[in-house]
Design a protein. Structure first.
Length: 455
C-alpha cells in the first residue's frame, strides 16, 4: 500500500493528521493529475500544430466547433461527478458496498445519456457551423469533425465515469497514466490519418476518436474489475435499484450540467463574437486557448485532488480536516498558477510559434496570452474553490457564480471591447472576468457555507 493510500485510510479511520501529512497527501494526489493534464496539453499542442500546418482554414474549422464539443463533453463530466461525489462520501464512511452500488447506477444512467447526446449530434452536425457564424469555406470540415467526435461520445462518457470513480476512491495514478497514453495515441493516430492517409480535418477527428475508444476500455477495466474498493465482482448481493442514488446524482449534477450548458453556450457566443473578426482571429483564439491551458491544467489537477479529499473527509464526518484541505489546496493552486502565468508571459512567442507558422495568427496569439497571464492566480482560485465545493456536494451556488460572471461580465465586456480592439479586447474581457470570479469564490470559501451541504 503506497503512502497516499495510508493517509487516505487515516482520514476514514479518524486518525490525527498533521499539516505535513495533509500537504504530502495533497501533493501525492495532485502530481499524477497535474502531469496527466500537462501531458494532455502538450500532446494537444502537437495535435493542434499538425492541423495548423494544414492552413488557417483547417484550424478555423476545428476552432469553430470546438466550444460545442466542449459543451457535450462537459455534460459527460457533470453526469460522472453526480455519482462519483457520492462514491467519495461512501468511501470516506468506509461503506464500500454502497459505493459500488452507486457505481452500478452510474453505468446505467450515463450510458443512456450518452446515446441521447449522439442523437443530438447527428441532428445538428450539418447546420452547426452556419449557426456559429462560420463561412461556407470551412463549414464542411467543421461539420465532419463535430459529427465524428459526437459519435465517440459513449466511449468518452464511459472513460470519464470510470476515471472519476477511480479518482474519488483515491486512485489518481491509473487514470493519469491512461490519460497520458490516450494523448500519445491521439498524436500517433492523428499523424497517421492526417499526413499518411491525407484525410486532413477528418483524419484529426478519427485519430482522436480511436484514442478515446482505447482509453475508455482501459479505464473501465481498472474501475470495474481491478479496483480494491469499486470492483463490481466484489458485490455478493443482487443489484437493486435505489432511486435516492439517482436523485442525489441529479441534485449534484443538474446545476453542473446547466452551468456547463450555459458556460459552453457562453463560449459559443464568444466564438460568434470572434468569428466576424476573420479566420486569422478564429485560429489565433483557438491556439491561444490551447497555449493557455498549459497554465491552468495544474489548477485542474489540484482541483481533482481537492474534490477527493473534501469528499472523503465529509463522508468521514471530519469537518476540521475538510476545511484544512480546502484552504491548502486553493493556496497551492494559486501559487503554482501564478508561477505558470509568469512563464506564459515570457514564453508566449515560443508557445504560439509551435502551434502555427502563420505570422498574423502567431502575433495575435502572443498579445492574447500576455493579457491573460495576469489573471492566472485568480483563475486558480476559482478552479480549485469550485472543485472543493463539488467534493462537498455544493454545486448550485457555485454554478450561479460561474454563470453570472461569464454572462454578465465576460461576454458584455467582450462584445464592447471587440469592436474597438479586436481579439485582444476579447481576451482583456476574459482576464477581467476571471479575476472577478476568483474573488467571488474566495469569499464563498472563507464563509464556509459550502460545508453545510450533506448528501
Amino acid at each position: 500500500m503506497v503512502k497516499s493510500d495510508l493517509l487516505l485510510a487515516a482520514i476514514r479511520d479518524g486518525k490525527p493528521m498533521g499539516a505535513g501529512d495533509k500537504f504530502n497527501l495533497i501533493v501525492s494526489l495532485s502530481i499524477p493529475s497535474i502531469l496527466a493534464q500537462i501531458t494532455s496539453v502538450l500532446m494537444f499542442f502537437i495535435d493542434a500544430s499538425m492541423v495548423g500546418h494544414l492552413g488557417a482554414e483547417a484550424s478555423a474549422a476545428i476552432g469553430l466547433v470546438e466550444s460545442t464539443t466542449w459543451l457535450f463533453g462537459s455534460f459527460t463530466s457533470a453526469a460522472s461527478m453526480g455519482f462519483s461525489v457520492q462514491v467519495a462520501h461512501f468511501i470516506g464512511a468506509n461503506d464500500f458496498q454502497k459505493a459500488r452500488q452507486v457505481f452500478r447506477h452510474a453505468l446505467v444512467c450515463t450510458t443512456l445519456l450518452s446515446f441521447f447526446i449522439v442523437l443530438i449530434c447527428l441532428s445538428i452536425a450539418h447546420p452547426l457551423p452556419f449557426w456559429l457564424g462560420g463561412g461556407a469555406d470551412i463549414a464542411h470540415d467543421a461539420s465532419l469533425y463535430f459529427l465524428i467526435f459526437g459519435m465517440a461520445t459513449p466511449f468518452f462518457m464511459f472513460s470519464n465515469l470510470s476515471a472519476a470513480m477511480l479518482k474519488c476512491s483515491g486512485n489518481m495514478r491509473i487514470p493519469s497514466i491512461i490519460s497520458v497514453l490516450m494523448c500519445v495515441l491521439d498524436v500517433a493516430f492523428n499523424y497517421l490519418f492526417i499526413f499518411v492517409f491525407h484525410l486532413g480535418v477528418m483524419g484529426a477527428a478519427i485519430g482522436t476518436a480511436l484514442a478515446i475508444f482505447i482509453a475508455a476500455c482501459l479505464q473501465g477495466y481498472f474501475a470495474i474489475f481491478r479496483s480494491e474498493m469499486l470492483a463490481l465482482w466484489r458485490d455478493k448481493e443482487p443489484f437493486h435499484w435505489v432511486s435516492d442514488y439517482v436523485k442525489n446524482a441529479l441534485k449534484i449534477a443538474s446545476p453542473m450540467a446547466l452551468q456547463s450548458m450555459l458556460m459552453s453556450g457562453a463560449q459559443i457566443v464568444s466564438t460568434m463574437i470572434v468569428a466576424p473578426l476573420g479566420n486569422f482571429a478564429i485560429a489565433a483564439n483557438t491556439f491561444a486557448i490551447t497555449a493557455e491551458s498549459l497554465c491552468y491544467m495544474p489548477g485542474y489537477g489540484i482541483g481533482e485532488a481537492a474534490t477527493t479529499l473534501v469528499g472523503q473527509s465529509m463522508g468521514a464526518g471530519r469537518m476540521d480536516v475538510c476545511r484544512s484541505f480546502a484552504h491548502m489546496t486553493v493556496g497551492i493552486g494559486m501559487a503554482i498558477m501564478a508561477f505558470m502565468g509568469v512563464l506564459m508571459f515570457v514564453f508566449a512567442p515560443e508557445l504560439m510559434g509551435i502551434l502555427t507558422p502563420v505570422a498574423e495568427i502567431r502575433d495575435l496569439g502572443v498579445q492574447c496570452l500576455r493579457i491573460e497571464a495576469f489573471a492566472e492566480p485568480m483563475f486558480a482560485a476559482s478552479i480549485v474553490s469550485y472543485s472543493v465545493c463539488v467534493g462537498a456536494g455544493d454545486t448550485f451556488k457555485p454554478a450561479i457564480i460561474n454563470l453570472m460572471s461569464m454572462w454578465c461580465v465576460r461576454l458584455t465586456l467582450a462584445a464592447l471591447l471587440a469592436r474597438e480592439y479586436g481579439l485582444p479586447g476579447v481576451w482583456t474581457a476574459m482576464a477581467i472576468e476571471l479575476t472577478f470570479r476568483g474573488v467571488l469564490f474566495l469569499i464563498r470559501l472563507a464563509r464556509g457555507k459550502w460545508m453545510k451541504k450533506r448528501l
